[in-house]
Each structure stands twice: as structure tokens, then as C-alpha cells.
Design a protein around this ligand. Sequence first.
Ligand code: FAD
Length: 384
Amino acid sequence: MSINFNWNPDQLDFHKSVVSFAQKELNQELIEKDRRSQFDQDGWKKCAEFGILGWPIAKEYGGQGLDPLTIILGLEGLGYGCQDNGLVFAINNHLWSCAVSIANFGTEAQKQQYLPALCDGRSVGGHALTEPNSGSAAFDMETTAIRHGDYYLLNGTKTFISNAPVGDVYVTFARTNLEVGVQQGISAFIIHKDLPGLTIEKEWEKSGLRTAPMGELVFQDCKVPADHLLGKEGRGHTIFQSTISWERGFLFASQVGAMERVLERCVSHAKQRQQFGQSIGSFQGVSHKIADMKMRLELAKLMVYKIGWLKKEGKRAFLESSISKVFISESLNQACQDAIQIHGARGYVTDYELERELRDAIAGTIYAGTSEIHRNMIATLVGI
Ligand SMILES: Cc1cc2nc3c(=O)[nH]c(=O)nc-3n(C[C@H](O)[C@H](O)[C@H](O)COP(=O)(O)OP(=O)(O)OC[C@H]3O[C@@H](n4cnc5c(N)ncnc54)[C@H](O)[C@@H]3O)c2cc1C
């Protein structure tokens, strides 16, 4: 089997244009936005105009219809160029757990209704799975959706939901059959924020990703028309499994970009900063940290490119997405901690914008399944 490790000239131009767009348009006043936990509405619109919100969606629904491998390269460029990791996270959340789920499982009418606005920036998407009593054990959910004729009645609370305070449409999971197990008993719904009986409550304040708002969806006898069901009744588990293999695979391509940005800052600082009459990069204690960072970065790239390639071939990439998710999120955490150490006090203060990178990175080992849960899944997939 021959393997081609080259990107074609169009893909390289695309990557370059994404980096230059992000660096020019998305990095203004970040320290202040982070301090105020401010979602960048303007940046969101610019990303929509640039086409990012439609990258994986077919042109007939207002998207760009890019192939998965090219999208991986684009997301890497976005993560590298855009220092607003919260905005990048909000975009990925919107794309993979909302827009792509509707594109993959929606009826023709649902796709026509929701996708154009999700692509052109009028709607912000999210997904609502986690509940106060079900986090890692997500399918122990208590939210119910009981059918009454042509509607379902939803009751329950979804918490830690990204984009909720600014969102419009949520792919939401609820128990539709209490008599059977999760494989058949859970369904997915497309929920618009204006449905009576739904309130968006509580905006969580967070240590990192502060520019990506997070809230709670409370359903109290919320009447959801039956045609808001996404896929067939009882297929929520299957939809979720598909969604997460996209989300875990693609979201972390942006973290690869962020890791490269952090590495470059370390190389530059290690060369410039002089102590004991020489650059600190000449001390092995510093240079080996940077060498390790580079090794992890290159391995992370191979993982996300493989996922892009598998998805392009129409494969599931379930095991690869878990491996990649754990490896990249933990590598980025390590890179940010090492970057702070290498920068000394400069790494620790807000002005140098490295402590924010660490605060943003920490969440990566928790959301989209914790590192421990992914290690459990990897162990199961290798037969333990
Ligand atoms: C920034 C951010 C954004 C998020 N966005 C969303 C969103 O948009 N939509 C959504 O639905 N949810 C979202 N979440 C919630 C996220 O999915 C959950 O936090 C995650 O699934 C873990 O659940 P938990 O926080 O309840 O932790 P718990 O499940 O209570 O876990 C606590 C600890 O116990 C460990 N643990 C639990 N079970 C096991 C086990 N079987 N083996 C080993 N260790 C175990 C965990 O790994 C963890 O270390 C978000 C979370 C964060 C931090």
C-alpha cells in the first residue's frame, strides 16, 4: 500500500489562508474578553463569513462541503492562528455535535430548516447530554421525553452545556422508553431555545475557555413537536456514538494548532532569554522540554491526519478518536505547563498570555469524555 504524506497545493493555500484570517481577525483584546468571559459575537460572524461554520456541511444546505482531511488541516490552522481557544472550542462544539449530527441524521425538512442558519452564523448550535447526576455515565440520564400523540413532553435538566447562554439550537438526548436499556431507550431531539417549557438557566463561570459560555437547559413540561425527533425514536445511542467519533476526532485538530503556537513561543523565548551569560535554551533542562513538546506535536499531527483520512474513507475511527483525544489533550496540558516553566514569572503573569493557554487546555481532559473514560474504552477495544 502506498501512503502519500503530502498535502496538495490547494490544501496548503487553504491552511495558510485560515491562519492569516485567524491571526488578523480573531485575536483582538483577548485578555479583556477572557477577564469578562465574553463570547466574541463579532468573531463568530467573521468565521461564518469565512466559511468555517459550513466546512463539513454540503453546499446544498449552505455549507462548503469540504472533505474531512482538508477540514482537519483547516481546524489545525484555526487552532494555531486563533488564540481565543474559547471561540475555537465553541465553533467545534457547534459544528460536530450539532450541525454534523443534523446533517447525518436529520430528515430533508430538518436539514433545510436548520443547516443554512447554522452555516451562515445566524444560529449557534450545541448539544445537551450531561445532567447533574449523569456525567461520565451519560446514559444514566434522568431527562424523559414521553410521547403524547404528535408531541413529546420533556422534563429534566441538562448541565455544563457549551454555548447554552448564546445558543439557538441544541441536539438534546432524553429517555423515551423507561422499559428498555439505553441502546433502545434514548432518543435525540432538535430543540430550539424558544420552545415553551425550556429555560436557559445559570451561566457557569469557568477557570478556562472563559470566552466559550456554558449554561444549563431546564425542561419543565416542554412540549416538543414529534417532528423534532432526530433520527428514529430509540436511536439516540447510535446518534451519540456517531457524533462523538466526529467530535473527538476533529475538535482536537485545533489543539494541535494551539500546541504548535505554544512550542514556537518556547523556542523563541529559549533562544532570546539570557541567564548566566547564555541563552536558557542552551541548558538541557530547558531544551529537552522543548524537544519533548516537538515529539508530542508531531505524533499528535499523525493521529489527527489519520482520523481525517479514515473519515474521508467513510470509516468510523472510534478507537483512533479516543487515542487521539487522550494523547492530544494531555500533550497540550503538558506543553502549556512546560511553557510556563520555561518562561518563568513571565509564563505565570496574565500579560504574556501563557497562563490562559494552560487554563484553556485543562478542560480538554474532561469534556467529550474524560481521559479515564477514554482509557477504559481503549482497553475494551483492545480486548481487555
Ligand atoms: C469545558 C466543558 C465543556 C462541556 N460541554 C458540554 C456540552 O456541550 N454538552 C454536554 O452534554 N456536556 C458538556 N460537558 C460535560 C462533560 O461531558 C462532563 O463533564 C464529562 O462527561 C464528565 O462528567 P462529570 O463532570 O460529571 O464527571 P464525573 O463523571 O463525575 O467524573 C468525575 C471523575 O471520576 C472519573 N470517573 C468516572 N467514572 C469512571 C470510570 N468508570 N472509570 C474511571 N474513572 C471514572 C472521571 O474520569 C473523573 O475524573 C462539558 C464539560 C466541560 C469541562
